[in-house]
Design a protein. Sequence first.
Length: 259
Amino acid sequence: KLLVVPADGSHWLSMHEVVDILGKRGHEVVVVAPEVTMHIKPSKNFVMQMYSVPYTQKDLKKEFQAFFHFSFEQGSFLERFVKAYQGIKRITNFGVSGCAHLLQNKELIRYLEESKFDAILTDPVLLCGAILAKHLSIPAVYFLRGIPCGLDFDATQCPRPPSYVPRGFTQLTDRMSFLQRVKNLLHDIPDIFLCDFAFQPYSKLASEFLQMEVTVQDLLRQASVWLLRSDFVLEYPRPLMPNIIPIGGVNCAHKELPQ
């Protein structure tokens, strides 16, 4: 009996295939999602439980378009950093707002408590599923492509030294000169500020809901299994812990290619 708390967008397109197959194999799957989504729709292979959110479909589409637009803009590092800050802040506000409405839905929370799920499958890029896993005291399976600022590395205690592992968007390789290693190290500094405001609202929300002091790392560390959608054709190999399972770059349903 599996509870699924997905993230919308491309995250759900990856997870949907897995959830559908689990339903076809006879598992009892319940997907909890907001009423306003881009891609999360009902299916004959799972039960959907929906909750209201304080935004419309138009609001959601507008914010996601604005968020992805800055990714393709040119400019100095400072300009791109400011735009990234603004974009991530808007998306975070949507995620936290929706999560708060889920946790405040007493009828839905009571249903989840009484359902006695065996495990929860969630994408920790939005931490609502992780909060529910802690509240329900059930094993958590994280299905993810990655978490900004290397929080997944920290939570799983995977080594990631900047002298060897190139950071995202630096265009560096694993063979760096001394100055390139310095640049790689400095690239971690703005991530500290980005992740602080992007994830701390979830820490505050979790602490209020669980009535105990909870950090983002506490929520991430509780995972029993990490299903990592990494494809090392595109990324550099790195150390993995025993509960991290690379499952390849699953970003769309598998289709047989023509000749």
